[in-house]
Design a protein around this ligand. Sequence first.
Ligand code: FAD
Ligand code: FES
Ligand code: MG
Length: 277
Amino acid sequence: MKIINKKILSQIQGAKVTRIEVAAPGIAEKAKPGQFVSVMVSGEGERIPLTVVDKDEEKGTITLIFQEVGLTTKLLGKLDSGDSLYALAGPLGHATELKNYGKVVLVGGGVGIAEIYPVAKGLKHAGNFITAILGARTRELLILEEELKRVSDELYIATDDGSYGRKGFVTDVLKDLLNYKLPTTNYQLIYAVGPIPMMKKVCLVTKELNSKTIVSLNALMVDATGMCGCCRVTVAGETKFSCVDGPEFDGKAVDWDELEKRNRVYADKEQHICRLR
Ligand code: FAD
Ligand code: FES
Ligand code: MG
């Protein structure tokens, strides 16, 4: 669980995204695209879920990319190469179904770009035509552009402030892409990861289409093994546990309003704990 190397990918406007490579041979051997690990930075702290972005079976390492948003991710950001994580469990969750769908659009917003990268690699390897749409608030916050270029057949970029690529949101690009190319191009799968409002909007855009829309949900997780019920989500009217039934679900069937409400439940306590430190 030692950090082998660390690189800050972006750091502006109070936003910091870091990549770490961690020695975890057992996880590296088994992890598949779409899966995550549960990380404890210290013995007194909480567990947080982070996606396995890459792995090197020969070296026995996995790569994690995280954005500092609160106490635990800030503490993780303070660790350096040579430091060790207190605990690491995984791989967790269902892996992405990697098959040849045909034409696939992958949409990543913010640190969600890190989460679509292993899926893009896996789907490319399975023979799909990959269109990637990446979004960030501003150019300096855009991560993994080169890596995604290498595994995509087409790549579009949107920034909120227009500093790079198109000015606007990933959903504006998706809407135009679908309007322009349909009905000549039929996308069999749309796969989206990012903030909840982004994933919700992607599903609104694809609502009328036949294309399957998969999202990877960032529900609050505690044990991440199906025991506590914290990560409950409603999908097609049924209760699911995001950690063991997901984290991927049919986006068009997710109860987004409930998920938004549940993810805000501890917001005041998270602020409070951060101020205490
Ligand atoms: P806090 O101040 O505690 O919380 C800030 C916000 O983060 C909360 O409002 C909530 O939306 C979210 N959050 C807090 N605690 C949890 C928790 N235990 N489980 C889930 N979300 C939480 N982030 C990345 O930067 N990179 C990733 O690769 C990544 N992969 C994820 C994969 C999965 C399956 C899930 C569910 C989440 C993933 N996240 C990822 C989100 C990451 O877990 C949260 O950003 C992190 O837990 C925040 O903890 P904190 O203490 O720093 O912030
Ligand atoms: Fe406890 Fe999913 S995190 S059941
Ligand atoms: Mg926290």
